[in-house]
Design a protein around this ligand. Structure first.
Ligand SMILES: NC(=O)c1ccc[n+]([C@@H]2O[C@H](COP(=O)([O-])OP(=O)(O)OC[C@H]3O[C@@H](n4cnc5c(N)ncnc54)[C@H](OP(=O)(O)O)[C@@H]3O)[C@@H](O)[C@H]2O)c1
Length: 329
């Protein structure tokens, strides 16, 4: 099965560029090898995907790169991300060049600052792990990183730049000070975590929301689970809508995301699943009543809490997300 990429909905960015409204996630965590992920990217390209969400920290860009050569560059939308240990002014451009070399590309369609903190932790570490060098968000520091991101646009190495894991107070400062504003904000979005306020905020300012963990990341590692986490794909509302449409509840999460106006980036290495997710964007839309029903099952359940980026002992992960409207120090 393959879907004509021309039929897949697009998001128009402030530059006028059209970004496919679904991408394939490529974060295999510690259970998907770079080779398997690259094979999924290959299969997804055959299925009609044109948008791939990559990052240097996912450790598989060098395996994905050769696969991307399979299509003319202008047909693809490739995102990569600056990892937290490369925020220093001198590191940003070389880090982007390294991703470009690994991905075998001359330019990225989108380059994101992966997290607003330069706090480093080793991949795969336990949630209790804390870096002694970790510190709170420092806007002046972040702007130094952002100026280098802007240079990437000037150099033609990135067509757009954007943010990830930002909050409204941090975006307020960035929008005040940026010469080139973020074109997207990548953020956790799924039916049990709809982030209405931030979703409306970014859309209201011409920033497209990219939704990660769109089906509730059911295979995330044990270290990213807490006892209070809910499971989207077991939600009776989603299960019933899925039964009506004769698809997996995961597919309903993708349909809902695209119809709501975000760009989901579901990860899948199963051909049947990634094909179904792409098909979800072009066929059999949810009714208004179904969209309303899903809007009603938000549980404010953040799955990626970011504990490893905390900078003080005995801090709660909520401090990363500026819940009371002020940037936590
Ligand atoms: N910016 C950030 O900080 C950030 C953070 C987290 C994630 N991300 C990005 O977001 C992407 C997606 O997040 P995620 O991987 O955590 O979670 P996700 O996409 O919500 O969930 C992926 C899981 O769902 C399963 N799945 C997908 N489609 C399915 C279908 N149609 N039917 C049944 N099962 C299905 C996959 O299994 P199968 O492989 O068997 O299909 C996989 O185990 C990542 O890969 C990464 O690119 C970004």
């Amino acid at each position: 099965m393959s879907i004509d990429p021309a039929l897949v909905p697009k998001r128009k960015l402030f530059t006028g560029a059209l970004m496919p409204a679904i991408g394939l996630g490529t974060f295999g965590s510690d259970h998907i090898s770079p080779e398997i992920m690259a094979e999924a990217v290959h299969g997804a390209m055959e299925a009609g995907y044109r948008h791939f969400d990559c990052a240097s920290v996912y450790g598989n860009e060098a395996s994905i790169g050769p696969v991307l050569r399979g299509l003319p560059r202008q047909q693809l939308w490739i995102t990569s991300k600056l990892w937290n240990d490369k925020h220093a002014e001198a590191d940003v451009i070389p880090a982007c060049r390294k991703s470009l070399a690994d991905l075998r590309l001359d330019y990225l369609d989108m380059y994101l600052v992966h997290w607003p903190f330069p706090n480093f932790h080793p991949p795969g570490c336990d949630v209790t792990s804390r870096s002694p060098a970790a510190r709170p968000y420092a806007h002046e520091q972040f702007m130094k990183t952002w100026r280098q991101m802007e240079k990437l646009v000037d150099l033609g190495l990135a067509r757009h730049i954007g943010t990830s894991n930002m909050t409204i107070p941090k975006l307020e400062l960035l929008l005040r000070d940026a010469c080139i504003p973020p074109a997207v904000n990548e953020m956790e979005l799924h039916p049990h975590f709809q982030q209405r306020e931030l979703f409306d905020y970014v859309r209201g300012r011409g920033i497209e929301p990219i939704g990660y963990c769109p089906v509730g990341s059911p295979a995330r590692p044990e270290r990213d689970r807490t006892p209070d986490d809910t499971v989207d794909i077991e939600d009776p509302v989603l299960v019933e809508i899925a039964r009506r449409h004769a698809v997996d509840p995961a597919v309903i999460c993708v349909k809902w995301a695209v119809q709501r106006g975000q760009t989901p980036i579901p990860l899948s290495t199963s051909r049947g699943h990634y094909e179904a997710n792409l098909e979800a964007t072009v066929r059999d839309p949810l009714s208004e009543a179904e969209m309303r029903a899903i809007a009603g099952i938000d549980k404010n359940c953040r799955l990626i809490k970011g504990q490893v980026f905390l900078w003080k002992p005995d801090q709660s992960w909520e401090d990363l997300w500026d819940l009371d409207g002020a940037i936590k120090q």
